[in-house]
Write a protein that binds this ligand. Structure first.
Ligand code: SAM
Ligand code: DTB
Ligand code: SF4
Length: 342
C-alpha cells in the first residue's frame, strides 16, 4: 500500500466514524467511551484529522486571566482556593477598580494575549457590581482583545447587560460528570450550571465551558462530562480542560493525580466530538512537561493561558512558554478566528 492510499484509508475511516463536518449533539456514552479507549496512536491521529479540518494546526490562542475579585466565596467547590469553606491562607479582596483592571489588560495585550479573561469569586454577581463589570468589558474590548468573564450564576437581566456591554465569551464550567458533581460541590447543582449556560447561549454570548480532571474522578466521569458538553444545544465555542491545581487546605488538596496520557486522551476526545470548538489546555501547565503539552497540541488543544498567574495559582513563566512556542513552531492565533464564534 502506498503512503497516499494509507492516508486516504485512514481519512475514510475517520469520516465514517466522526465526520468533522457534522456537528453531532446525540453522542452516547458508549460511543465516546469507545473513542477514549482507542489505541493512543489511533485516537491522536483521528483528533489531528478533525483538528486540521477546522483549524490551522500550528496556531494556538493565547489568553490571560485576572482575578478581579479574589476569595471569600460562599460556594464549597472542593477544588477551589477561593472558597470560604476552606483555610487556604488566601487573602480575600474587594472588586478591583476598573482602571486597574484596564492597566493589567494593557500589559497582557503587550505580552501577546488575544483574549482577556476576568474572574470573580462570586456565587453570582450583585446587581450593584454590574456597572463596574460592564465598564471592564467595554474598556478591554476597546483595546481589540476578545473579552471573557466568569462571575458565577447569572440572572437573565445580568446576562443581557453583559451582552449589551459587548462581552464576547462567558466562562461557566460544568467541571465533571453530573454523577460526580455532587461529590465536589454541594452548594449548587449541575442543573444550576446548565441554566446559566442556557441564558448565556440564548443571549448570543459565546459559551466557554469545560471542566477539571485529576479530581479523583473515573474515566467514565471524564466521558460523562465530555458527552454533556457535546450534547448541549450548541457546542461551547471554547472548551477549557483544566488539570486540577492542588491547593493545600481544600478538599482536593491531596487527590490522586491524573496520568498524563489520560489527560491527552481527554483533550483528543473533546477535539473529535466538538470539531469547531477551541479546546483550551487551561490550568495545570505549571506541572506539565513540555512533552505532555506537545502531545496535547497534537491531540487538538489550541488555546493556553499565558502570564505567570492563573487566578490564584501559578502558570509557566513567559520565557518558558516563548521557548516552547519556538521549539514546536507554534504561532499565536489571531483574535476572532474561531470558526464557531458568533
Ligand atoms: N466563581 C465563578 C465560578 O465558579 O463559576 C468563576 C470563577 S471559578 C474560579 C472558574 C473555574 O476555575 C471553575 O469553574 C473551575 O472549573 C476552575 N478552577 C477553580 N479552581 C481550580 C483549580 N484548583 N484547578 C483547576 N481549575 C480550577
Ligand atoms: C477555566 O476553565 N480555567 C480558568 C478560567 N476558566 C477561569 C481558571 C483556572 C483556575 C485555576 C486555579 C486558580 O488559579 O485559582
Ligand atoms: Fe467560588 Fe467559583 Fe471557587 Fe466555586 S470555583 S468556590 S464558585 S470562586
Amino acid at each position: 500500500m502506498t503512503l497516499q492510499t494509507r492516508i486516504e484509508n485512514a481519512a475514510a475511516h475517520v469520516t465514517a466514524r466522526t465526520s468533522p463536518d457534522t456537528l453531532r449533539h446525540d453522542w452516547t456514552r458508549d460511543e465516546v467511551q469507545a473513542l477514549y479507549d482507542l489505541p493512543f496512536n489511533d485516537l491522536v491521529f483521528e483528533a489531528q484529522i478533525v483538528h486540521r479540518r477546522w483549524f490551522n494546526p500550528n496556531q494556538v490562542q493565547k489568553s490571560t486571566l485576572l482575578s478581579i475579585k479574589t476569595g471569600g466565596c460562599p460556594e464549597d467547590c472542593g477544588y477551589c482556593s477561593q472558597s470560604s469553606k476552606f483555610e487556604t491562607g488566601l487573602k480575600a479582596t474587594k472588586l478591583m477598580e476598573v482602571e486597574r483592571v484596564l492597566e493589567e489588560a494593557r500589559k497582557a495585550k503587550e505580552a501577546g494575549a488575544s483574549r482577556y479573561c476576568m474572574g470573580a469569586a462570586w456565587r453570582s454577581p450583585k446587581d450593584r457590581d454590574m456597572d463596574a463589570v460592564c465598564a471592564m468589558v467595554e474598556g478591554v474590548k476597546a483595546m481589540g482583545m476578545e473579552t471573557c468573564m466568569t462571575l458565577g450564576m447569572l440572572s437573565v437581566e445580568q446576562t443581557l447587560r453583559l451582552k449589551d456591554a459587548g462581552l464576547d465569551y462567558y466562562n461557566h464550567n460544568i467541571d465533571t460528570s453530573e454523577d460526580y458533581y455532587k461529590e465536589i460541590v454541594t452548594t449548587r447543582t449541575f442543573a444550576d450550571r446548565l441554566e446559566t449556560l442556557a441564558r448565556v447561549r440564548e443571549a448570543g454570548i459565546n459559551v466557554c465551558s469545560g471542566g477539571i480532571v485529576g479530581m479523583g474522578e473515573g474515566k467514565d466521569d471524564r466521558v460523562g462530562m465530555l458527552v454533556a458538553l457535546a450534547n448541549l444545544p450548541e457546542h461551547p465555542q471554547s472548551v477549557p480542560i483544566n488539570q486540577l491545581m492542588q491547593v493545600e487546605g481544600t478538599m482536593l488538596g491531596h487527590s490522586e493525580e491524573i496520568d498524563p496520557i489520560d489527560f491527552v486522551r481527554t483533550i483528543a476526545v473533546a477535539r473529535i466530538i466538538m470539531p469547531k470548538s477551541v479546546v483550551r489546555l487551561s490550568a495545570g501547565r505549571e506541572h506539565m512537561s513540555e512533552e505532555t503539552q506537545a502531545l496535547c497540541f497534537l491531540a487538538g488543544a489550541n488555546s493556553i493561558f499565558i502570564g505567570e498567574k492563573l487566578l490564584t495559582t501559578k502558570n509557566p513563566e513567559a520565557d518558558k512558554d516563548a521557548r516552547m512556542f519556538e521549539k514546536l513552531g507554534l504561532e499565536p492565533m489571531p483574535a476572532h478566528s474561531c470558526p464557531s464564534e458568533r
